[in-house]
Design a protein around this ligand. Structure first.
Ligand SMILES: [Zn+2]
Length: 495
């Protein structure tokens, strides 16, 4: 018998089995049970959160011969035929590879035929944001006058890319990242059914690594259980490549105490072990980010993905550092990451970066009194994204959607939501200007991944593509050196 991956084997067979989306599944079940069906549904949310599973369940439930309380029976000929792909009335289209206007025209011609076996022809269009403009127009014509027996289910991770005309024709359901607890519970249930042991801490660690996506969590579990019948947190860490983190703690210790020989000796050892220097730089950056989160966020446990054992080590190391020091290290390492990509001698680049970190270590005690200095010229970072500038002139407007942006971020990007807690925002000339007391905010928002995540949340809340800026009081003179100001603020918080 061939091995079936857990994700396929344990695909939800009822709405009740879908984890973490009760606001979606309850509404769909009520609609199904009372026969109040729409002709176009839009399922939107991050990957791996159950959109496609729900779409298939909906397709089964509308065609099932013996549905019960809005759930498909999973045993009638229609249910089984849809599961096996034998029923031709449920059609799944991947818009990423069928995005042209011709594909949608073909589909429109097809919709004039009555369903062959079931009551409804159901079209599931995955990654619908990939359709071309022409294809969207063709789809819109069908959505405007759908035949009685046709249901469209559009699924997308990027809802802001859909035309408003399409959005307005659909019943929209927003899928959220699934909580670590919900994912862990499902993993443990599956482990029990599959008769292997999954320790509670291991399940929670897998759930945190998967970051809200059930599919990813199950794929990771597949990898971890290959070698063992008892999956522990240490086993997960090793399997995912989180093991041997001790050198990151050691390197950070060396930098914090300004111990250049120790730092270089560690690089020497890692280099001999064929460690990739670019990867090392990225890992060290992420390690510093975790320490910073511990210092600036009130409840950091959810935001630091590691075993309990490592979390204790993180707490100890964070206690030895300050936010200003960590931010300084991260600035330098980000610059080094750019140089590393271009350099032919990556080991030397990494060594130079660590020497700079060691040299900058004294900032912890001196930051408040010492006049902060602008970074030296050779620290120029050609590859790091520029910090967002504040526009000048123009009238400030209130930005009432900010609260809903923050709420959305709590599921979409919890670290950023943590950083932005208590912030406010106004708009001016196409910019959203953000006012945050958190010293980590300017550093976070400079990273393009964080900025894009925030822009997406703003686009979802407003339907507009707005640029980002940092709010400064109108009449205040612009700071002489943003980095120095940042270091000052961070030092206040760190001491
Ligand atoms: Zn059935």
């Amino acid at each position: 018998m061939s091995y079936q991956v857990l994700y396929r084997k344990w695909r939800s067979r009822t709405f009740g089995e879908i984890s973490g989306q009760p606001h979606v599944t309850t509404t769909l079940r009520h609609a199904l049970a009372s026969g109040r069906l729409g002709h176009a549904y839009l399922f939107t949310g991050p990957r791996g959160t159950g959109k496609t599973s729900c779409a298939r369940l909906l397709a089964k439930a509308v065609n099932c011969r013996e549905p019960r309380d809005g759930e498909p029976c999973n045993v009638c000929a229609l249910c089984r035929g849809i599961d096996s792909g034998a029923v031709m009335d449920v059609i799944e289209i991947d818009a990423a590879s069928n995005n042209g206007v011709d594909n949608i025209r073909d589909l429109r011609e097809e919709t004039s035929f009555l369903p062959a076996q079931g009551k409804f022809r159901v079209y599931i269009i995955d990654e619908v944001h990939m359709l071309s403009a022409g294809a969207f127009n063709a789809l819109l014509k069908t959505l405007e006058e759908p035949p009685e027996y046709v249901i469209f289910i559009l699924a997308t991770t990027e809802v802001h890319k859909l035309p408003a005309t399409v959005l307005s024709r659909c019943q929209r359901f927003d899928f959220h990242r699934i909580s670590a607890e919900d994912i862990a519970a499902r993993l443990r249930f599956i482990a029990e059914q599959e008769q292997f042991t999954l320790e509670a801490e291991a399940a929670l660690l897998l759930a945190r690594i998967a970051d809200g996506a059930m599919r990813d969590a199950l794929s990771l579990l597949d990898r971890c259980r290959v070698e063992t019948d008892t999956v522990t947190a240490a086993h997960v860490a090793r399997c995912i490549g989180m093991a041997d983190r001790h050198y990151l703690f050691a390197l950070t210790d060396a930098c914090l105490s300004g111990d250049i020989p120790a730092a270089l000796a560690l690089v020497q050892t890692l280099y001999q072990d064929a460690c990739d220097m670019e990867r090392l730089c990225e890992d060290l950056l992420f390690h510093l980010r975790n320490l910073l989160v511990l210092l600036v966020v009130k409840s950091p446990r959810e935001l630091v993905v590691c075993t309990e054992e490592d979390f204790t080590l993180y707490k100890t190391q964070a206690g030895k550092s300050s936010a200003a020091q960590l931010l300084g290290f991260m600035e330098r390492l980000e610059a080094a990451a750019g140089s590393l990509r271009r350099s032919s001698d990556k080991r030397m680049e990494m060594e130079i970066a660590l020497i700079r970190l060691c040299a900058a270590a004294e900032i912890k005690d001196g930051a408040r009194e010492a006049k902060p200095q602008a970074p030296p010229k050779e620290d120029a970072k050609p590859s790091a994204p520029k910090p967002p500038a504040q526009t000048t002139g123009g009238v400030l407007h209130a930005f009432p959607q900010w609260e809903s942006v923050l709420t959305a971020l709590q599921t979409a990007n919890p670290p950023l939501a943590g950083i932005l807690a208590g912030s406010s925002a106004v708009t001016r000339d196409g910019f959203v200007l953000i006012k945050s007391e958190n010293p980590a905010f300017p550093m976070f928002i400079k990273q393009s991944a964080q900025a894009n995540s925030l822009k997406d949340a703003i686009a979802n809340a407003t339907g507009q593509s707005l640029r980002l800026g940092i709010f400064r009081p109108e009449n205040e003179a612009p700071p002489k050196d943003p980095l120095a100001q940042l270091a000052e603020k961070a030092a206040e918080l760190g001491n």
